[in-house]
Design a protein around this ligand. Structure first.
Ligand code: HEC
Length: 186
């Protein structure tokens, strides 16, 4: 077989593999679009068939549902803060303000790099974090987390985890972020 043919067959093999028909146990639903497929192939290449790492690596990718329910050992906010209601209405203005902070402007890093553009906890930087970033789409986990609890963690971080303290955000900005985060919940 020529070198070119060999490469071609390798590629076809990879496609089958990443479509979930291969021996990896990978689920087809994890590769939902062409973009994700390319991403998966890109990520997959250096590992060359080491299944455990594939699985692991894939869990960190951008697509998919994320892990749900999530094990959660996050510190509990003081009662007074945990019970605070969001003073802002869930209207379009507040949602858009929260969205832009989450996706683009929050300093030092927008939330999406860890929590994912789709809120599934699988952003680019989620790879290698333990515990994993919260999966905001997972109502089983999210239903027990109050707005006040989220406020406290966003402002102070979750020590010993990847979740940083967002000291540059005003209180108002944090509450609007929470309005946005809640929309991911299914
Ligand atoms: C560098 C990665 C990273 C970034 C950036 C990040 N987070 Fe997190 N976040 C995490 C991790 C990891 C956890 C899980 C912490 C834990 O289990 O205690 C988490 C947890 C959370 C939680 C759950 C708190 C709870 O009580 O369960 C909320 C809410 C949250 N993050 C909001 C945000 C918001 C809003 C932003 C952006 C302003 C943001 N995060 C940016 C990594 C990140």
């Amino acid at each position: 077989m020529s070198y070119k043919n060999f490469l071609f067959f390798m590629l076809v093999g990879l496609f089958v593999f990443w479509n979930g028909e291969g021996p990896s146990g990978l689920q087809a639903t994890e590769v939902s679009s062409d973009e994700n497929l390319l991403l998966a192939m890109h990520h997959g290449r250096p590992h060359g068939g080491r299944h455990e790492r594939h699985q692991h690596h894939h869990g960190m990718g951008r697509g998919g549902q994320g892990i749900c329910p999530q094990t959660r050992a996050t510190a509990q906010a003081p009662d007074k803060i945990a019970q605070q209601k969001n003073p802002f209405e869930s209207n379009a203005d507040n949602y858009i303000k929260g969205e832009s902070l989450y996706q683009w402007t929050a300093e030092p890093n927008p939330c999406k790099i860890c929590h994912g553009p789709a809120g599934n906890g699988m952003g680019m930087m989620a790879q290698g974090l333990s515990p994993m970033p919260r999966n905001f789409t997972c109502s089983q986990t999210m239903k027990d987390i109050s707005d006040g609890q989220m406020f406290w963690i966003i402002q102070n971080g979750s020590p010993g985890t990847g979740m940083p303290a967002y000291k540059f955000l005003s209180d108002d900005e944090i509450w609007k972020l929470i309005i946005y985060i809640r929309h991911f919940q299914k």
